[in-house]
Design a protein around this ligand. Structure first.
Ligand code: ADP
Ligand code: MG
Length: 750
């Protein structure tokens, strides 16, 4: 970066300075960790801490123990090793009459030069490492040490405290030593004043928590556990607060804009729809419906999250909101995550609306509208027709996938955006669609499954929330059983059970994790597979994972299975053409092909009321919420359902815990909490948020609900008083840092 010559060159704030100028020797290595500036280094918090422990007297050492000894250097000598090449530094330290040998090996003298210089005879300090036996003599190999100035000013208590001080252990990369990071951090911290570190936490929010400089010192160079704890708590709160402030600001900014009011009109499509609805709305549907209706009628844009139990009837709630908007002269767009789901939504809405959706057609009701479907893979004639209906306003309801976001799509009067199964869309995509409206459209976001409160607060913190807890009365029971995969007789029984259900007029889903038998990992078709591997990869004794069962393979097997003789078996997966997918689902729904072997493409939203059995193969490889979502595909009508989870799980494994919970309850909110408990953090927020560059280093959604809650209250209060954060430049800068650093990835949740 070069500054123009004639401009006044202002020095960069210290935090933004390149490490190349501050700690030139190690900047390149730190850059590999994405640590580029002074600020990055300060926020490169230790991974963990380690304690040396009480000093042990040299006379009591035992081989294999990790010890710290308090001693005086007697001598240190470096020499080259003729036999092996490289150099060795040997030191002898002494405490009273006991002596101990310390040894370091290195390739070159340079690597040990500093140790040799520091370990002068008479130097005092703590030496820490594991006791080894070398030819009958005890020694510490590559010990860590810390020297102190003179003996006089260190009383026994100070030394004891020093030996127990938590010592930072940093995330490293090849060629970068922990000690190097410790020293680089020290350089930066000692040259830093409070003025270099504007605190994003306003004083009254911070209260008695340490200031930023104090907290950074406390986390990088804690004197004791109390200081460390206070520092961690403050920095964790800061992460939550900055994020909540941004969410509150988004919300406030949006609320300040004007939207076209879409009040309910008597005698319109909505009234006609309600009059012909074949069932009574549940209490929850009525209440959320009223909330939504009220907000649509107001002049500021609705921003609402509708979360609900699987099968709780979110679609009807959304349809009623759309009709109110159409009655008030607007259009509604429904954004779906997959083509299968978009097509099904269009079909469902058409069926629910009947002649109310046959605008401009023979037999259409008075004032009827139209449902347009727009997907990426539809033919050009159908596409042109849809685009014309959307642009001309003939289509009041527009259902589509990402294709809706394309610049060719022009709305006549977009008044409401409904996003289904939001976790697959990001804020940016919402915004693209919103921008297609003349003014600011109302927004209704629907989640596929119940989500825990902390996730709602963190990921959807800029939205208000409505919750549908109940499923419609009369909904059938679904029982869930685990079936051991290794028992052929049990599997045989599973297929017989499928046959019995089919003979009684039911349908059966058979879910597989993959499409093809011999294809690779990418072939999983949206299955969000769980590996249960430890973060560092499989251990040596980890069992090899069985190959996953695949759709094409299982379908062939079932067609040949005696138990299913004469029963037609279909297939559905993401690599089929849209027409084939539609046909497979339609044949399944009609009962012409009552067994459907499928990937998780059926996971969200697919609604076939006669489906009564679900068999999930390799169930141990799916996460809780995915299985709950899958299971939501059955028991949607009045017939009881049965869900058979086929897997081999050993007791006490995470997979056994997941499947056990699923067997025990059908309550999606309970399962969402269990999921949060059992999953690792990265899985909850998605890879983008757990990877490098994430703003969340210390805050864990799974563990710090109270912190998030406190931060949210504080952030909302602050943003209410100062919506643009004019009086809080340090906070505004911190938000910018987070947003710039990750291209709004966190808020994107794609
Ligand atoms: P989800 O909330 O999982 O998206 P859907 O909107 O797909 O659920 O609804 C599930 C099924 O329940 C659909 O077949 C729908 O027609 C039906 N349904 C919705 N509301 C009611 C109700 N109040 N009474 C009876 N059935 C309902
Ligand atoms: Mg749905």
């Amino acid at each position: 970066m070069t500054a123009p010559h004639d401009a006044v060159v202002r020095p960069l704030p210290y935090l933004e300075q390149d490490l190349g100028r501050v700690v030139p020797g190690v900047a390149k290595k730190l850059a590999k960790l994405d640590v580029l500036t002074v600020g990055d280094l300060l926020r490169h918090y230790p991974r963990r801490y380690h304690r040396w422990g009480h000093p042990t007297s040299i006379g009591e050492l035992r081989v294999g123990e990790h010890v710290t000894v308090d001693a005086e250097v007697e001598q240190a000598t470096m020499r080259t090793m003729r036999s092996r090449g490289g150099v060795i530094l040997e030191a002898v330290v002494r405490n009273g009459r006991d002596r101990l040998h310390l040894t370091w090996f290195a390739k070159h003298q340079g690597a040990l030069r500093r140790f040799e210089q520091e370990l002068r005879p008479g130097a005092l300090g703590l030496f820490s490492g594991t006791v080894k036996d070398y030819r009958g003599q005890m020694q510490l190999l590559h010990p860590e040490y810390e020297l102190r100035e003179t003996d006089d000013d260190a009383d026994e208590a100070t030394r004891l405290a020093e030996s127990e001080r938590p010592r930072p252990v940093y995330g490293l990369t090849s060629g970068l030593k922990n000690q190097t990071v410790v020293e680089a951090v020290k350089v930066v911290l000692t040259s830093m004043t409070d003025r270099d570190l504007p605190d994003p936490l306003p004083d009254d929010v911070r209260g008695s928590m340490p200031g930023l400089r104090e907290a950074l010192l406390g986390v990088h160079r804690p004197q004791d556990d109390d200081e460390l704890k206070a520092a961690l708590e403050r920095l964790r709160f800061e992460e939550a607060f900055v994020l909540q402030a941004e969410l509150a600001r988004r919300k406030a900014r949006f609320a300040a804009q004007a939207a076209v009011a879409r009040p309910r009109r008597a005698g319109g499509l909505l009234d006609a729809f309600d009059a012909r609805l074949p069932f009574a709305l549940t209490a929850g549907q009525r209440e959320t419906g009223e909330e939504i209706a009220r907000q649509l009628a107001g002049g500021s844009p609705m921003q609402r999250l509708l979360q609900g139990e699987v099968g709780s009837g979110k679609t009807v709630v959304a349809a009623r909101a759309m009709l109110q908007v159409i009655d008030a002269g607007g259009q509604a767009a429904l954004l779906a995550p997959t083509e299968v789901l978009a097509a099904q939504h269009a079909r469902t809405l058409q069926a629910l609306l009947g002649d109310l959706a046959e605008g401009g057609m023979l037999g259409g009701a008075d004032g009827a509208t139209r449902v347009a479907l727009l997907t990426g893979s539809q033919g050009s004639a159908a596409r042109r027709r849809a685009l014309a209906d959307i642009a001309g306003g003939a289509a009041g309801i527009v259902v589509g996938t990402h294709a809706l976001l394309s610049e060719h799509v022009q709305f006549a009067e977009l008044g409401l955006v409904v996003v289904d199964e939001q976790h697959r869309f990001g804020v940016e995509q919402r915004d693209v669609l919103r921008a297609k409206a003349g003014g600011v459209p109302h927004l209704l976001v629907m989640t596929a499954t119940p989500i825990p409160r902390t996730v709602a607060m963190t990921v959807f913190g800029d939205l208000e929330t409505s919750t549908l807890r109940e499923v419609p009365a009369g909904r059938a029971e679904v029982v869930t059983h685990l079936v051991p995969a290794a028992r052929p007789a049990w599997l045989e029984r599973v297929w017989q059970r499928v046959r019995e259900e089919v003979e009684r007029g039911g349908r059966a889903y058979v879910v597989c994790a993959r499409i093809d038998g011999d294809a690779k990992r990418e072939d999983v078709d949206g299955a969000d597979l769980v590996t249960d591997l430890p973060p560092d990869g499989p251990g040596d004794d980890a069992p090899a994972q069985r190959p996953l069962r695949a759709v094409t393979e299982v379908a062939a097997e079932l067609r040949a299975a005696p138990a299913l003789h004469g029963v037609r078996v279909g297939e559905l997966h993401g690599r089929m053409s849209p027409e084939d997918k539609d046909r497979a689902l339609a044949d399944f729904a009609s009962g012409a092909v009552p067994v459907l072997v499928s990937t998780t493409v059926i996971e969200v939203g697919v609604d076939v009321p006669d489906a009564t059995v679900m068999v999930v193969l390799d169930a141990d490889r799916f996460g809780i919420s995915q299985l709950h979502q899958l299971r939501g595909r059955i028991g949607r009508g009045s017939r009881p359902g049965v869900c058979l989870l086929v897997a081999d799980v050993a007791e006490g494994t995470p997979a056994a815990a997941r499947l056990g919970r699923l067997e025990a309850t059908r309550d999606g909110f309970e399962l969402a909490d269990a999921d949060l408990e059992l999953r690792r953090e990265g899985d909850v927020l998605g890879a983008a948020q757990s990877g490098r560059g994430s703003s969340l280093r210390l805050l864990q959604v799974t563990r710090h609900a109270d912190v998030i809650e406190r931060a949210r209250v504080a952030a909302r209060g602050l943003v209410e008083a100062d919506p643009e954060l004019a009086g809080h430049p340090a906070l505004a800068a911190a938000i910018q840092g987070v947003l710039a650093g990750e291209r709004e990835e966190f808020l994107d949740r794609t």
